[in-house]
Write a protein that binds this ligand. Structure first.
Ligand SMILES: [Zn+2]
Ligand SMILES: [Zn+2]
Length: 272
């Protein structure tokens, strides 16, 4: 297979002709001080279908770096700086966000602002997005996205404390892409009856099990993951997933995945 570098800087393996969606984890770091070669930039996923380059989330690490990514559209999950502050100087394309997120970033000089309704499918550059509200923050209400194209479905949820109706929401998903802030110990607080912070990976694997989702990839990595030994961490994650019938691993910056699921992930960077 041909390999070259694309605009994101990630090594590019030419997808098979039947590939509908190519997902590139251009960033996998959470809102932490630490960074590493494998988790260098704030969590962001580049979804490609034909000429479309849909960037999900654009945190502070992406400020001044959008030219290389060349997104055709940007979609935001919420307004926290590790997801939206890369747009503080504007955007080179249209940006989709919920009304609540737009309220938080109204000062950003973005000219093409599009509002995403909650729980309704919207076609964005040939790919279907459905915003599902989740508990994570009071000040920056977050959504996860159920993303679909011709029978392939994945769910992108980089920040979550609780996913209401998880089994119904995740039903039929090929790949769950979740919050890697913490493996076993939840980072949760309760405020005004709602949970804020981050659910553990173990809790998210339980949601996958309940919804019969067979594959999970964790991005938005927290300090223990960024600092830890990648091989050991992936072994631990694999075991935690296997107990629940889920094939699970961490994402690294530059990792690429092709959907539909019949095609194996094309790993472009190896864990240490
Ligand atoms: Zn975050
Ligand atoms: Zn957040």
């Amino acid at each position: 297979m041909l390999a070259r570098r694309d605009h994101s800087g990630a090594r590019y393996v030419k997808p098979a002709a039947s590939t509908l969606l190519t997902l590139t984890f251009i960033g996998t770091r959470g809102e932490i001080e630490l960074r590493s070669r494998q988790h260098r930039r704030h969590s962001s996923l580049l979804v490609q279908r034909g000429p479309a380059r849909i960037m999900i989330d654009c945190g502070a690490d992406w400020l001044g770096r959008l030219k290389r990514i060349a997104p055709t559209v940007i979609v935001l999950t919420h307004a926290h700086s590790d997801h939206a502050a890369g747009l503080a100087a504007g955007a080179p394309c249209a940006v989709y966000a919920t009304t609540e997120t737009w309220n938080s970033i109204r000062r950003f000089p973005i000219s093409k602002r599009l509002r995403l309704p909650l729980r309704k499918s919207v076609m964005i550059d040939g790919v279907r997005f459905k915003a599902i509200p989740v508990e994570h923050s009071i000040r920056a209400p977050a959504v996860g996205y159920r993303v679909s194209a011709q029978g392939s479905h994945f769910f992108y949820l980089p920040d979550v404390a609780r996913l209401p109706n998880a089994s119904a929401v995740l039903r039929g998903i090929d790949v769950y892409i979740g919050d890697g802030a913490t493996i076993k110990r939840p980072m949760l607080r309760k405020r005004d009856g709602a949970l804020i912070g981050h659910a553990s990976i173990v809790a998210q694997l339980e949601w996958c099990k309940q919804a019969a989702v067979r594959r999970a990839i964790f991005t938005h990595c927290g300090t223990p993951v960024v600092r830890g030994d990648a091989r050991k961490l992936n072994d631990t994650l694999w075991r935690l997933g296997r107990k629940r019938g889920v094939e699970a691993r961490f994402a690294c910056d530059g990792d690429r995945l092709s959907l539909p699921e019949g095609q194996r992930a094309q790993r472009t960077k190896k864990h240490a």
